[in-house]
Design a protein around this ligand. Structure first.
Ligand code: RP5
Length: 163
């Protein structure tokens, strides 16, 4: 089994339907990860403990999904210098615009790499984390190259059916 290098956290169990897209990518690339619900508002002490211990526990990147008043990625980033990737969950009331703006507008000094709202963002968060690991991991770099070739092949092979 691969060693755990990525932390996938989310503000609520209800975010899992989106964040599982991140985990699918990490599984495809055979990258070890842990997944956990950590809420900035409902479990603030747990959030700080998680962020503060992440580096010493061996994590290399944290992917944090949150919706609405989506403070989790930014607050985790405030407590660690590991790269943090924020995934804006598509909220019901405001379709995720609230999540996006809550995550993306970090003050200078504390970066969060913010991806697109919803499923595409969750998928890309997994890929971006893999690309960060691939800067020093040749196996992951080759797996990503292979995935890109497959992606290109799928598009070229696809047929457009006009009605
Ligand atoms: C946020 O509140 C979570 O990230 C979630 O997207 C949103 C709603 O949470 P639930 O009320 O569904 O638990 O903290």
């Amino acid at each position: 089994m691969s060693k755990v290098e990525i932390g996938v956290i989310m503000g609520s169990q209800s975010d899992w339907v989106t964040m599982q897209k991140t985990c699918v990518v990490l599984d495809q690339l055979d990258i070890g990860y842990e997944k956990k619900v950590v809420s900035a508002h409902r479990t603030p002490d747990l959030m700080f403990r998680y962020a503060e211990s992440a580096r010493e526990r061996g994590l290399k990147v944290i992917i944090a999904g949150a919706g609405g008043a989506a403070h989790l990625p930014g607050m985790v980033a405030a407590k660690t210098t590991l790269p943090v990737i924020g995934v804006p969950i598509q909220s019901k009331a405001l379709q995720g615009i609230d999540s996006l703006l809550s995550i993306v507008q970090m003050p200078g000094g504390v970066p969060v790499a913010t991806v697109a709202i919803g499923d595409a963002g969750a998928k890309n968060a997994g890929l971006l984390a893999a690309q960060i690991l691939a800067t020093v991991d040749e196996r992951i770099a080759r797996a990503l190259d292979h995935m890109r070739v497959q992606l290109e092949g799928d598009v070229i092979a696809s047929e457009v059916h006009l009605t």
